[in-house]
Design a protein around this ligand. Sequence first.
Ligand SMILES: O=C(O)CCC(=O)C(=O)O
Ligand SMILES: [Fe+2]
Length: 296
Amino acid sequence: MGLTTLAKSSSNEEVIEIIERDGGVIISDFVSPEVLAAIRDDIRAPLDAIGFGSDDFSGNRTRRLGRVFQHTKHAVDVALEPHYQAAAKHFLEVPTSCYFGSDSVEMVASMQIGVTQVIEIYPGEGAQPLHRDDAIWQWRHPEGGRQARVQVMLAVTDFTAENGGTLVIPGSHKWDDERVPQLDEAVPTEMKAGSAVIFIGGTYHAGGTNNTNTPRTGLTLTLDIGWLRQEENHYLSLSREVVKEFPEEIQRLLGWGVCPPFLGWVEFDGLMTDPSVLLGDTPPVGADLTGGYGKK
Ligand SMILES: O=C(O)CCC(=O)C(=O)O
Ligand SMILES: [Fe+2]
């Protein structure tokens, strides 16, 4: 059985319930036709300017374009899509408490964008090895106790069983680390261009085999727990000019913000300050982030 497909009008609760059960869900008409067309236009030239990968994981007949926010401002529409945001918040914004002196301080991790990539699988490409994307942090299951990543893959072209639509093993987010994923357990993601699959970091998946004569194109990005290292290094990949143009919510998600209690600060005027001060056009005003913790 393939992943469940939900209509865009479905509730966030339905989306979350199915991801909890299966490890992923497909949402029809995830972005509007206008946004899809704009994304296609924006990514074509940079995609055509790069070559194929050089190993079986990246794909010898696959083009991978990172720095997606540098290439298309419509990545914002994907990252802030309401179902995706709701699912990511559900899995990632888990409250926890820590002592500062005798004060038990409750805090909620922020989310951050980990990786952004357009993945274009060309005819003749074979299936990628099945994997969990949280392997980048050597995440353990079930000992990790929670999900570290909520990922979205937007179909920029139709995704089919024949053209390499992402292979997913439903339910594999509940497996331990000993069980070996098998190709015959995986089902292809079949969806129309403009639809998207949302899946979590513990779900086994892979790019599929493209047996057609046209490329399969997907745009993927991830929301991850804010205290993990970002997979893609946005600070070195994105220009400050481009980041400045984005809404503050996206700037923070890209890493120009702190995760509570004060992870990711920049020094400004002797204060451990939120990095967003460095994006403003006016002279920055620092504010100490540590003042509220463990007051004497
Ligand atoms: O292209 C795809 O469908 C999935 C690719 C993937 O899972 C990856 O590169 O980590
Ligand atoms: Fe992956």
